[in-house]
Ligand binder design. Structure first.
Ligand code: FDA
Length: 403
């Protein structure tokens, strides 16, 4: 039986980073992954350029049932720390939008960087390899100190086990609920997993008036929820043939719950009522043309048709009441999604291992000493914009530094 100080299950962002750091601290580390290809989520991230962190990261950029949990790990391994590592490896990067940092060249560079950090720590990697079962110390036979893992490449003994199996999104590239099932079997509570950072869909009938807008994109203010569960984002929205997507919708999808409505302001920087009444007093343009000076033409047309207004009427011919109603429909559009595009299209999982059963200093289970959970399998979910990778790096560092 081979013996290691640490076995990391999942060679994705968090697992590789943790393995490299622990190896460089003198631990004998094995990392195991069941997928044929290495770190596929990093490879496809950020449109192939990996939005690897954000310049401005804080607990407010994350969702969790226990919002304070991520504070310590994020403070002790910051985005500046990761940027320094990227610079040390000579990887060129640029800022795109709201602090989001992307590789100039390819996300493959981040994978190569993680691999060379693992090499520097003499980390062994078994891939593809399936973990058939994990026996915690209390369950393992008296002859085995620590954990006993049955794998498709034989039985392994380890003083500590790190679960870094990620979330449930994109099953076809290796996502699995294995880590959640293991956590549950070993007595941990699981916060119900939900697809997040995902396009939202609508009933075909309710969406019919908008389906012709597919492909249209514009900046909006979108919000949902109440109190601490409220989300509000000023970002671009994209109409699709089944519903809504774009950064505004991906962001708000993490806050949206079944049965709740979204509120969308399609003209976020304008007092539209005042603008239309002013135009009525000063312009002889047709309503349709007036709207088309403020919105994409197709959108303007869809809204006048929806409200039964004649776009060929001149502004002075329009009733104040109709203009006020039109403005409020465009600035406080209420709509209730029927669902989302699900795990197939979600960028991340919301929910996961309940952080109240983990130690925020090192990610160790309070129920099973020596067992750690890091990355997306934990109930900490970042906004869109590099926050999920930063959580992977920070939670991995918290764990590795404690070993
Ligand atoms: P990750 O998914 O990286 O790794 C988990 C590993 O565990 C995988 O290699 C998997 O094969 C393995 N595994 C699963 N079950 C196993 C089992 N039973 N046995 C062995 N191995 C197992 N985030 C961000 O910050 N910026 C971005 O640009 C993007 N872009 C993006 C695009 C797309 C399309 C997606 C789907 C996701 C993103 N993300 C993102 C999210 C980001 O990819 C994600 O949050 C991190 O990869 C999570 O890191 P983990 O290491 O926790 O899981």
């Amino acid at each position: 039986m081979q013996s290691f100080d640490l076995v990391v299950i999942g060679a994705g962002a968090a697992g590789l980073f943790c393995a490299g750091m622990a190896g460089q601290r003198g631990q004998r580390v094995l990392v195991i992954d069941h997928a044929e290809r290495l770190a596929e989520k990093i490879r496809i991230s950020g449109g192939g350029r990996c939005n690897f962190t954000n310049r401005d990261v804080g607990p407010a950029n994350f969702l969790s049932e226990n919002p304070a949990f991520c504070r310590s790990a994020l403070a002790r391994y910051s985005s500046q720390d990761f940027i320094a590592l990227v610079q040390k490896h000579g990887i060129g990067f640029h800022e795109k939008h709201k602090g989001q940092l992307f590789c100039d060249d390819s996300s493959e560079q981040i994978i190569q960087m993680l691999l060379s950090e693992c090499e520097a720590g003499a980390v062994q990697r078994w891939q593809p390899c399936t973990v058939i079962d994990v026996h915690a110390p209390a369950e393992a036979s008296a002859a085995v100190a620590g954990f006993r893992l049955e794998t498709s490449r034989g039985v392994v003994q380890a003083k500590a086990v790190v679960v870094a199996t990620g979330g449930l999104s994109i099953p076809k590239i290796g996502a699995s609920d294995w880590g959640l099932r293991l956590a549950k079997r070993l007595g941990h509570n699981i916060i119900e997993p939900r697809a997040a950072l995902v396009p939202l869909t609508f009933d075909a009938e309710a969406w019919a008036p908008f389906s012709s807008l597919s492909g249209l994109s514009l900046p909006v203010m979108v919000s949902t929820g109440k109190g601490k569960a409220r989300g509000r984002f000023l970002e671009d929205l994209l109409f699709t043939h089944r519903g809504l997507s774009g950064p505004a919708i991906l962001q708000i999808s993490s806050f949206w719950k079944d049965g709740e409505s979204l509120q969308i302001d399609l003209a976020p920087d304008v007092d539209l009522t005042a603008k239309l009444l002013e135009a009525k007093a000063e312009s002889r343009r047709q309503l349709g043309n007036e709207l088309a000076s403020l919105f994409p033409q197709r959108l303007a047309q869809a809204w006048t048709e929806r409200l039964g207004l004649d776009g060929s009427r001149t502004m002075p011919e329009c009733k104040d009441r109709d203009l006020q109603n039109l403005a409020s429909q465009l600035q406080a559009w209420q709509l209730a999604p029927s669902g989302s595009e699900g795990w197939r299209k979600a960028e991340v999982m919301r929910g996961g291992v309940d952080t109240r059963e983990l130690n925020s200093q090192d990610m160790q289970s309070k129920r099973v000493p020596g067992l750690y959970f890091i990355g997306e399998v934990v109930d900490v979910t970042g906004w869109l914009g590099g926050y999920n990778f930063q959580w992977a790096w920070a939670s991995a560092a918290a764990c590795a530094r404690s070993l």
